[in-house]
Design a protein around this ligand. Sequence first.
Ligand code: GLN
Ligand code: ZN
Length: 770
Amino acid sequence: MVLALNLGFPRIGLKRELKKSLESYWKGESSRDDLLKTGKELRLRHWQLQKEAGIDIIPTNDFSYYDHILDAACLFGVVPDRYNWDGGQIDLDTYFAMARGSQKQGRDVIAMEMTKWFDTNYHYIVPELKKGQKFKLSSTKIFDETKEAKDAGFNACPVLIGPVSFLMLAKKAEDFTECRCTLIPDLCNVYIEVCKKLAASGQNWIQLDEPCLALDLEDRYVQAYKDAYAAISKAVPDINIYVPSYFDGLRDNIDLAFSLPVAAIGVDLVRAPDQLDASIAKARETGKHLVLGLIDGRNVWKNNLSASLEKLEKAKAALGPDHVSVSGSCSLLHTPIDLVAETKLDPEVKSWMAYAKQKLDEISVLAKGANLGRHAIEAQLIASDQVAESRKTSRRIHNDAVQKRMAAITPDMAKRKSPFAVRRTVQQADLKLPAFPTTTIGSFPQTNDIRTARAAFKKGELDQDAYTAAMKKEIETVVRYQEEADLDVLVHGEPERNDMVEYFGEQLDGYAFSQNGWVQSYGSRYVKPPIIYGDISRPRPMTVEWSKYAQSLTNRPMKGMLTGPITILCWSFVRDDQSREKTAKQLALAIRDEVVDLEKAGIKVIQIDEPALREGLPLRRADWDAYLKWSVEAFRLSASGVEDSTQIHTHMCYADFNDIIESIGALDADVISIETSRSQMELLAAFGDYKYPNEIGPGVYDIHSPRIPSVEEMALLLDKAVNVLSPGQIWVNPDCGLKTRGWAEVKPALDNMVAAAKQARAKYKASNAA
Ligand code: GLN
Ligand code: ZN
């Protein structure tokens, strides 16, 4: 039988139950038991839903209270010393302290580092491997949740990150100088213990995800794969191991993957459809079970069932029905839960879409078609063909005016008038900023009042005038505070924005936006990516009125605040019927119009956020140049319509810049602000080595943690920055926007930040004047 499989399901709940429960627990408003109860309800609900959809084996341990990599770190007892772990079972508060930092009950610890999960907008907590790291089974989560599923009558398969991907995703402490692969034997002992315990409870399958199989692998990691799986399969012959790879093709690792002594290999045929034949051949040669990842786990479009069934039939014919299964291309973690919750989407656009629940149906329909023959799913095949046809021709998608403008783009449109050195002089004369100028990244705390007003406005309970007045009041509060705090370049605080991408999506043509299309970004932070379904255009200015108003309140420069084309692209669900490059350029033209309109309205500093530039990088080096070329071009297209005197800022978060520093330079933004505080300025080295020519604000305040950094702490970070950059280049700012924080944290933190900047001004005066 061809089985219908699923690699993982979103945890958050259709009504974002997990977010509410987590945040009330963190605030001390509800108990640990309340939180655990919500977790249990969500797990059971989601298992049931998968079973009803016809999924044959239900994944467990894909649920998480914060992040599944942090869960794995806890399973293996990888806890940095600063959390004072007693070496027993890791309790919930230690777990959350690792995730978020903590200033509670006499504990004052910073959070662990967080970074992008491959090329998604999910963030995982980076495990820290210390010198002499030992592993020890320290959590029962995987056993508990698997037992819970079995007791409830589900055919369960526990999911865990595989040993090599776990090590590759971790970071080593500075004094850990050997290769991390030296940890394989000890780590595998814990995997063996896990497998043995599961086998003892009657479990005969485990899913060990190895997304790193889709990356360029150094020889030592190839060897690590061989060693790890040899050790595990030898020690636990009675458990079948299923290793899915995803987010790209196996390419040169295909021999390695199929040589591993495991029962099943999964391949991503959405990102890498061309690996179908080679995978079938390899599975045949090695006698392995092949899982075809045919349903897109990264997007919201319906599958072309006829095309997928053909692939599945091909594999079945070659391998036999017991050696083939069908699944999503990756975990469904990256898709919203249920399209049924969307009652306001345009019916035509909605008819093209599928969320996680609908994707499960597609998986099981395909399995059914492969098992019983095409006629068994004929109605579904006809409906699917109709969707494909309608997207090809719909007037909702294809816009001639946009096509014309795209054809008229010239290289000059992507160049500023003068080089940076010239622009800098003009801007300095105009803006008259002190050394170590202070600014923030854009948003200020999104208070309950703001959210309530916005929600009421959306529901029509608050009219336009009342809403505008409420937002203006917020803007005024933020401006007055910034003047009081003595910040140099002000922001309006973005109270009118729910989300930095959705806000723009709502105002652009070619976009649809959902009511409930939430996907997890990190911890309890979810985003609702808008949906690009057609050609993009900007019918009217999007931000100008707000910025103009904010500037009218102050003599200090007010920074206009936009999201850049690549970030809009990366954080949206995009068309799968046109290249990403084309979509990015359409977006760039729309943002360009906005930049020019802001300048016309008297805004002298304009920030175009591109936090997603690096995450958009293809996973394989061979694909980088092409991506960087068109993405830099798209940014420049958006930024270059202005005069030399207009200062263009950009902002990026969570980026390790080493690999793309030249492209960052090529963006030619006048100022860039970046995330660096959690890594203690480690991330800044790339800018120093490259001799980054323009100005730069390395974040000194970690806004992802509720901690309030002291003046000394931030002054020290600035000293570190001065070690790699020239003092005249440095701006002082937080790591990212402040919208997730409360005023009670933000005010003292920014006051401390301004004090640290003033100290630096005094301290480095001489070198700055030179
Ligand atoms: N301007 C945005 C803000 O401050 C930037 C957020 C981001 O980079 N993720 O909220
Ligand atoms: Zn940011």
